[in-house]
Design a protein around this ligand. Structure first.
Ligand code: SF4
Length: 698
């Protein structure tokens, strides 16, 4: 399992007990019924990358092998030295690549053991804007629809995402539905992606034009009097205030760089049952929360909620949802509000720590945490994450990490491991017991099909052993996955992410259970409905048709109503100019994930529209091309931003818009260029746009 579709796998260990020799989709898994993709299987069964097999410590500048007790003592000494100064002097960076049990344990150690506000996870780098928008609109994180709604949708609107590459199994379900009679696939993306190949309509806004386009669609829906006044009046707040600020549709379309007709075509999609999927193209922006909110607004204004419709944020990492629900990152476990005294007290009681030890605020996000090294932060404990390659302005990030006492816990070698003072080698999928949550809130067991490699421990074992040394008594010794899951489930009881009806025994019997599941007989479905979503409501019409009565919908907000957002387009943090006239954007490759430590092609390829290449490069002296022959492969180009320069092979590709340089998000060189601006609400970095130049390479 490598992405948050959450395919169920059958795994068979090899005869030596030291690896997997067969991984395939599990036909009995109720969510994915045997489906799986090549990337997920290959990265699980036979990953690239260099496996970490021994604890390492830095001695005289080099990382050298050592024993587990020595590595843990070194880690403990560095963390304790920082804690003597302040709880906030220890930073913890977690991941969406851990089990629920491990991510919960890490959060408990960070927040309840160390008491640091400097704790976050790489889920903030891809999902935080969607999460923030969902809390704003619905009072709870997680999409209202589920996979069950996909076959019932008439319009599938994919925005700033490329699920043909990033979520292959999910995309099979989308295309199966979108190719039925009367159904359609609309795609909004500046680039002609692999998903666009299947689209009925492709709209390509300028990079950074998403919020203007989303507002243009809503303004056009209102102008055509196609908003659902009954739904708005009964189940929402904030629409009148938003109306006052809505732009003229034509002006907003021009600002987004699209035609008025394109806005009309997208607005048409909301006449039918529409599912609106979005991904990092929306979220990874200084306007990420605002744009995700604007997409949700289009759904609320048209009553596009209920079976076969609604906003459906696409989650990237395998257990991003679990990190959000369990890890005490942005909320306490179970989506308990961070600042609420009663929830803080409840969590502290379960953890056996004084409430005063829990930090008062969630922290500045991963970019802010690294920025705090040399100031408030002295030690960093990074688990299953690779900030040295994955954070924007990577040269500066690496310089900062060099200045910290750095403990890295991971399964594979990475750019962050290279800078560590202590390396703790961890187990990975297929070697660890636990659970994970997919993007539609379904919890499944993950299982160890092979022994943990010699010299390696599971994440939960390592976190438990470190806690025993630094904060004795915080965990049972050793913490077991099942006991930890029971603690998580109990802490979620009565919350909007109630998993208290889920147990290992239930998962053994049912394989997968969707939350909220407050009793052993409950499982979640479409969210925020009261009663049968397909039945008659007390206003006399089918639920979800916009005439729904108060009994049909209830949102976990103070008013019980969903909330419209109010953000309007704002300036880009780094617009192009005469010195840096091109826009860099980043996106995924089919065969890679995250920073690519398990599946990386070391060649960096820059995709550039042929006319942009001609205009930009062919006017410069081609000294680098002298003596080149075809057999030497594509020529090198140098891409330069205000923060650095990288060399890449040039791929003249008309699927990339003019004026844009496209680089893969997975390559460690890409973030030498990206700008470290973040969304002010979600703290998610603005990876999708910065200003660059292009010239012939060395
Ligand atoms: S779609 Fe995602 S979860 Fe399913 S097999 Fe592929 S990578 Fe794994």
């Amino acid at each position: 399992m490598r992405c948050a579709v959450g395919c169920g796998f059958l795994q068979r260990g090899d005869e030596s007990g030291r690896g997997l020799d067969d991984v395939r989709g599990d036909p009995s898994h109720p969510t994915t019924r045997g489906a799986a993709c090549k990337r997920g299987i290959r990265e699980t069964a036979d990953p690239d990358g260099t496996r970490l097999k021994r604890p390492l410590v830095r001695r005289k500048g080099d990382l050298v092998a050592t024993t587990w007790p020595n590595a843990l003592e070194r880690a403990t000494a560095g963390i304790e030295a920082a804690l003597e100064r302040s709880p906030d002097a220890v930073a913890v960076l977690g991941s969406g690549q851990q089990t629920n049990e491990a991510t919960y344990a890490l959060g408990k150690l960070a927040r309840g053991g160390f008491g640091t506000r400097h704790y976050d996870a790489n889920t903030t780098l891809c999902m935080a804007s969607a999460v923030t928008a969902q809390y704003d609109a619905f009072g709870s994180d997680g999409p209202p629809p589920t996979y069950d709604d996909i076959p019932n949708a008439d319009t599938h609107l994919v925005w700033g995402a490329n699920p043909a590459v990033s979520h292959p199994v999910l995309f099979r379900w989308i295309t199966a539905s979108a190719t039925a009679d009367g159904s359609q696939l609309l795609v909004v993306d500046p680039v002609e992606s692999e998903t666009v190949d299947h689209a009925d309509v492709h709209v390509a806004p300028d990079p950074g034009g998403d919020l203007a386009l989303a507002r243009a669609i809503l303004a056009r829906i209102v102008e055509r009097d196609e908003h659902d006044e009954a739904f708005i009046a009964s189940h929402t707040t904030g629409f009148d205030a938003l109306l006052e600020e809505l732009p003229d549709p034509a002006a907003a379309a021009a600002r987004a760089g699209v035609s008025h007709a394109a806005v009309d075509r997208l607005a048409d999609g909301f006449r039918d049952r529409a599912l609106v999927y979005w991904g990092m193209g929306v979220n990874q922006s200084v306007a990420g929360t605002a744009t995700a909110g604007a997409l949700i607004d289009c759904c609320l204004a048209t009553g596009t909620l209920g079976p076969g419709s609604g906003p459906f944020s696409l989650t990237g990492q395998a257990n991003s949802m679990g990190a959000r629900v369990c890890s005490a990152k942005g909320t306490w476990p179970g989506q308990r509000p961070f600042a609420d005294p009663s929830h803080r007290k409840a969590v502290a009681e379960v953890w056996g720590v004084p409430p005063s030890r829990l930090p008062a605020v969630t922290g500045p996000g991963p970019v802010g945490i690294v920025e705090a090294i040399d100031d408030a932060v002295e030690a960093v404990y990074a688990v299953a994450t690779n900030p040295a390659a994955g954070l924007p302005d990577a040269t500066r990030v690496r310089d900062r990490l060099e200045d910290a006492f750095l403990v890295v816990q991971d399964a594979f070698h990475s750019e962050t491991v290279e800078r560590a003072d202590v390396v703790l080698p961890a187990a990975t999928w297929g070697e660890s017991e636990g659970t994970a949550m997919n993007m539609e809130r379904t919890i499944s067991r993950v299982r160890a099909a092979t022994d943990t490699p010699h010299g390696v421990k599971t994440d939960l074992e390592i976190i438990g052993e470190l806690a025993t040394r630094v904060v004795p008594g915080l965990f049972e010794e050793p913490p077991t996955p099942e006991a930890v899951f029971e603690e998580i489930a109990a802490l979620t009881a009565g919350t909007s992410a109630d998993c208290s009806g889920v147990s290992y025994d239930r998962l053994e019997a049912e394989l997968a259970v969707r939350w909220p599941a407050p009793t052993p007989d409950d499982a979640g479905g479409y969210r925020y409905h009261e009663g049968d979503p397909d039945g008659e409501n007390d206003a006399g019409g089918p639920a979800g048709d916009g005439t729904g009565g108060a009994s049909s919908w209830s949102f976990p907000t103070p008013s019980g109503r969903a909330r419209f957002s109010d953000a309007m387009p704002r300036a880009l943090p780094e617009p192009t100019d005469d010195r840096f006239p091109l826009t860099l954007t980043t996106a995924r490759l089919a065969e890679s994930y995250n920073t690519g430590v398990r599946a990386r092609n070391d060649d960096l390829v820059a995709r550039v529209h042929p006319r942009t290449a001609t205009r930009t490069l062919d006017s410069t002296p081609p000294s680098a091309l002298e003596g080149r022959s075809e057999s030497m492969g594509p020529p090198s180009v140098r891409i330069r931003s205000r923060r650095g320069a990288v060399t890449a092979m040039l791929d003249r590709d008309s699927r990339v818009p003019e004026g844009v340089v496209w680089l893969p998000v997975h390559h460690p060189a890409t973030n030498e260029l990206t700008v470290p601006a973040v969304d002010p609400r979600s703290r998610e970095p603005h990876y999708k746009q910065c200003a660059v130049t292009l010239e012939w390479g060395p």
